[in-house]
Ligand binder design. Sequence first.
Ligand code: APR
Length: 312
Amino acid sequence: MSKRKIAIIGAGHTGATLAFIVAERALADVVLLDQPHNEKPAKGKALDISESGPILNFNSKIKGTSDYQDITGADIVVITAGAARKPGMSRDDLIQINEGVMAQVTDGIKTYAPDSTIIVLTNPVDAMTYAVYKLSGFPKNRVLGQSGVLDTARYRTFVSEVLNVAQTDVTGLVLGGHGDTMVPLLSTTTVGGVPLTELLEQEKIDAIIDRTRKGGAEIVGLLGNGSAYYAPAAAIYEMAAAILKDEKRLLPSITYLEGEYGFNDICLGVPTILGENGVEQVVETTLNDDEKAQLQASADAVEEVKKALKNK
Ligand code: APR
């Protein structure tokens, strides 16, 4: 197999962290692209990561650029480009600014990496995935968004903290929109196969779920400037690896729905099988009435955000 290539659009905190993980784990060569006025920092980060190779024992090539030609041949393009919300900016302003960024980036991808699979991270991620899907004209299996892997990882971390068990032994599934309306499926949560409900009283589980819903805000509050990027980058890495290595992982992704779970014309987080063809299948698991209602509320919230999109 020829060497694989991942292009990362947006060489900010998440983009650069992802580049480092991908290189360090020798998953693929990396192109780190930012706007022309940020080309030098993109090149600087790429060079800095390359220079860790002799020490960490990897040979992946990392290139910083602002030229879309450099993404030619990318198997996967990750979109982390976008603006963060600034004081005085309304939520709708942010949506439209980032929709503009998605349009520009998608143009570049269509021209230079028309056969790639796109993974979107830019927030509000459900609506941005929808925008990229519509703008790209790519088949739905080749446009997906990241939220559930990160939300699930936060949930697993908090469960492990409370129980004092290894975080890797905690399994679970978080569905729905990213943020306050996410839907953790309690029935899927186990620790080494033992149901969480047998290990922890409901009150403590509820507190964990609440903390998971506010997981992004907790980091924002602690950082004081900017939002989370280590775990988001790790989440993207896991999805990209599943696709490039054709692992058939069952991971939550944001994908375009046509009837699954009763939803249509919306991009929403659901369990999926990820392999060489991107989203190879949406897995429909049985939800109880409460989970169904929560998923509906989550879809309603995503529809609300979608209304601010110019292109829908
Ligand atoms: N083309 C290319 N790059 C762009 C564009 C564009 N049109 N617009 C902005 N960028 C770049 C910025 O120059 C910046 O380097 O995107 C990068 C974003 O990086 P950060 O501001 O550090 O943001 P980060 O913390 O990485 O978050 C990126 O992921 O989790 C989400 O909410 C988060 O939407 C945000 C995104």
